[in-house]
Structures are given as structure tokens and as C-alpha cells.
Write a protein that binds this ligand. Structure first.
Ligand SMILES: Nc1ncnc2c1ncn2[C@@H]1O[C@H](COP(=O)(O)OP(=O)(O)OP(=O)(O)O)[C@@H](O)[C@H]1O
Ligand SMILES: [Mg+2]
Length: 394
């Protein structure tokens, strides 16, 4: 079997349409270019990070079915690669039926963007251990569900990402606020929330899992810390007892096999003592996995592209002890400036990425610093020092 890759910007080009143009999409575009793939970056705002490095760009609301449909019919891409959750998945299902190749497949994107669908699939169909959960459509129902689950518990919109609209409720008086907060952020299926019991975990990891035609391969676990539902630092490899790692891999294998298709998946797991709980899964590179830009020979983006193009995935992936720390801004500006101390990259094991985001309004991830060292603890220390040498001006 062979694979054809044409020449970008010619009639025989191999085209990838990337839906979402943030920092993860930007790295993905760069990897696609390395294999001579023509890239088209899409997002709802102009000058998004991936647009700055792609062959073509479109500014479009990807929840708008007819616009998304028209664009796909116009460009006729060989691959449609979702990079965010806010995409009209009905359109992806329809377009897939017409023979377009959605990565990893439209149904996986449809199931994972909705906490109700993925939770029911993981817990009820696959019997994976998860936190206890219930759903509520109204404030009245929520109050009853919180009683049944017990406090503290998490309340989240069934459709949202990066911790948006999410609250930890410790007592009854906080339920109203949590409901209102969820309502202000929920997308499409507005209203419905999930109530999840708190897992008092020791560790939280992302297990990057690559599914290709021939195999399922795992990257070494990535440990991370989240604040307000958004990641602030990650490290790899996160060491785990062998028996715990086996449990993690079994869960990841089950969920990615069920979702199907080729590509990388970010499987989010909570670890309490020797017990492993499934939290959620992204059918695409994961933000905490940006650490692989320094830790692995093949980053999560490179692995995603190799799986998509059917080029093969090595059975064993290694990581040198490394860490990432985010550069998060907080302000309002369309003219963000980074003030960087001279000579801060005076070692090969240090790096940083600035995403080139055109504006900020509130808090926003604008870059990351990366470091490797003899241990993840030391790498994290180096990354934090590097982070302190970059400041922001608005
Ligand atoms: N049931 C739970 N028990 C303990 N911690 C939780 C629970 N649910 C969420 N968290 C914490 O909140 C974080 C964000 O939750 P979750 O992954 O569900 O939200 P998200 O909006 O999808 O975030 P992201 O898009 O960044 O992955 C988790 O990584 C974890 O740290
Ligand atoms: Mg998450």
C-alpha cells in the first residue's frame, strides 16, 4: 500500500482543513507542512495562531452548519482535523457520510464534546471507573441531584472546555451560584449540567494514546496541575507504580478503541492510591501535552500527523524528564507585548513558545515555557525560573 502526497498550492495538493486555530493547531500546521501537506486554518477570529503559519485561512463560526458545509464543499480537503470542541458536529457527521475524512471520525468528535455522551459511554457501556455523576436540566433538579451525589461536588455545563462554567460546590448555599455560572457558559445544549462527586486524587495525568491502523501506542504519562479547570503546569514522565500504569493503559485502550479512527487522544485520568478513574478524553492533541515539544523526539503533534497520514507509529515512545509552565495573561488589550530578559535561553534544555494571539480580554494562555533536566522536579524548577524572566505589557 502506498500513500500519495501532492504539492501544496497545486491541483494535486494534499489538503488538511484545521477547525480551530489556537496554539495546538499552530503546532499541528507546522508538522503538516513538514510532510508537504497544504493547510487551511479556520477560526471565528482573524489572525489566530495557526492562521499565521497556514497556507490559507478562513474566519468562520464553526457552529454555523451551512457556512461550515459550504467551506468544506469549496475546499474539498483530504483531511478535516478538529482542534477545538465548538464545532457543529451534525455537519461533520453529514460531511463524513459524503466521503470526507474527519479525524479521528465524526462520531468520536460528537461523543467527546458532550460530557453526558462521553460519560455514559465510558461508565455505562464500557464500565470504566469514574466519579459518581448525575445530570440536571433545571435548578430544582440540580438541588436534588447535589443531595444524592453529596458535597463537595463539581457542577459543569455538559458542553464547555477549559473549566468554563465549572464550580466546586461545598455547601447548599453555593448551588444557585454554580447553576447560574454554568448557564452563562454552556454551549448548544444550554441548560443541562453534570454533577460529579469530587475525586480526592493524589495525581492527575494525561495519557497520550495514539491509535493508528496497526497499533495503539502510549506516551509516558504526563502529570499536571489545573487551576480553575485550566492547566498551569505539566511534566513528563510522571512516574507511577507499574500496576497503576497498566490500569491507566487498559482504560485508555478501551476508550480509544471504542471511539475509533486514527490519531492521538488525550485521555485524562485521576489517580487515587492505586485506583484509576476516567475523567474525559480529547480526540486530538492535548494542551498538557505541549510538554512533548521538548520531552519527546516526536511531539504529540508529530505523532498525530503520522497517524493521520498512515505513516506508522513506533511501538515505544520515550520522554526525557521535562516540564511546561504556561504564560497566562490577564488584562484587556489588542497589543500584547512580551518583555524578555536577554540570554535566557543559554541552555539547550530550555525553550519557550509565544502563540502570537492577537488580543486578550480577561485571562488567556499566551505562551508556554519548556525545560528538560535530570528529573521532572528539576525541570519544573527550571521552567518556573524561565517563566519568571518573561513579563507582559498590555
Ligand atoms: N470529579 C472531579 N474530581 C476532582 N477533580 C475534578 C473533577 N472534575 C474536574 N476536576 C478538576 O477540574 C479540572 C477540569 O475538569 P474537566 O477536565 O472536566 O474540565 P474541562 O473544562 O474539560 O477542562 P479542560 O478542557 O482543560 O480539560 C480537572 O482536570 C480536575 O483538576
Ligand atoms: Mg479536562
Amino acid at each position: 500500500m502506498t500513500i500519495n502526497i501532492g504539492t501544496p498550492n497545486s491541483i494535486n495538493s494534499t489538503k488538511a482543513l484545521i477547525l480551530g486555530s489556537g496554539e495546538l493547531a499552530k503546532e499541528l500546521v507546522i508538522e503538516l507542512h513538514r510532510f508537504g501537506v497544504e493547510t487551511i486554518a479556520v477560526d471565528r477570529y482573524d489572525n489566530a495562531p495557526a492562521m499565521q503559519v497556514s497556507h490559507k485561512k478562513y474566519v468562520l463560526d464553526m457552529l454555523n452548519s451551512s457556512k461550515l458545509f459550504k467551506l468544506i464543499e469549496l475546499e474539498k480537503p483530504n483531511f478535516i482535523i478538529p482542534e477545538i470542541e465548538a464545532i457543529n458536529t451534525d455537519t461533520l457527521m453529514e460531511i463524513e457520510k459524503k466521503g470526507f475524512n474527519v479525524i479521528p471520525n465524526a462520531s468520536a468528535v460528537f461523543k467527546t464534546m458532550n460530557r453526558e455522551r462521553i460519560r455514559n459511554l465510558a461508565s455505562e457501556k464500557l464500565n470504566l471507573p469514574t466519579s459518581n455523576y448525575l445530570f440536571a436540566d433545571s435548578y430544582e433538579e440540580l438541588k436534588i441531584s447535589v443531595k444524592n451525589i453529596g458535597m463537595p461536588c463539581f457542577i459543569k455545563p455538559i458542553m464547555s472546555s477549559s473549566g468554563k462554567g465549572q464550580s466546586l460546590v461545598n455547601n447548599e448555599s453555593e448551588i444557585r451560584k454554580a447553576w447560574d455560572f454554568a448557564q452563562s457558559y454552556g454551549r448548544a445544549g444550554k441548560g443541562k449540567v453534570i454533577i460529579e462527586s469530587l475525586i480526592d486524587f493524589n495525581d492527575e495525568i494525561t495519557l497520550l494514546t495514539i491509535k493508528s491502523e496497526n497499533n495503539i501506542v502510549f506516551c509516558p504519562p504526563i502529570g499536571h496541575i489545573q487551576k480553575d479547570g485550566d492547566y498551569i503546569e505539566s511534566w513528563q514522565p510522571h512516574s507511577l507504580p507499574k500496576s497503576t500504569l497498566i490500569k491507566c493503559k487498559k482504560i485508555a485502550e478501551k476508550i480509544v478503541s471504542e471511539l475509533g479512527g486514527n490519531g492521538i487522544f488525550g485521555v485524562e485520568l485521576f489517580i487515587k492510591d492505586n485506583e484509576v478513574y476516567f475523567s474525559e478524553v480529547s480526540p486530538r492533541p492535548h494542551d498538557t501535552g505541549m510538554v512533548t515539544l521538548i520531552s519527546q523526539d516526536l511531539s504529540e503533534f508529530s505523532l498525530h500527523v503520522r497517524a493521520i497520514l498512515n505513516l506508522g507509529i513506533p511501538e515505544k515512545i520515550k520522554a526525557k524528564p521535562s516540564a511546561s509552565v504556561v504564560i497566562k495573561g490577564d488584562g484587556k488589550s489588542e497589543n500584547i507585548k512580551f518583555i524578555i530578559k536577554k540570554n535566557i535561553l543559554n541552555e539547550t534544555e530550555l525553550s519557550f513558545k509565544l502563540f502570537g494571539k492577537p488580543s486578550i480580554s480577561g485571562t488567556r494562555r499566551l505562551g508556554i515555557v519548556l525545560a528538560s533536566s535530570v528529573s521532572t522536579k528539576d525541570a519544573l524548577k527550571k521552567a518556573k525560573k524561565l517563566r519568571s524572566e518573561i513579563s507582559l505589557e498590555y
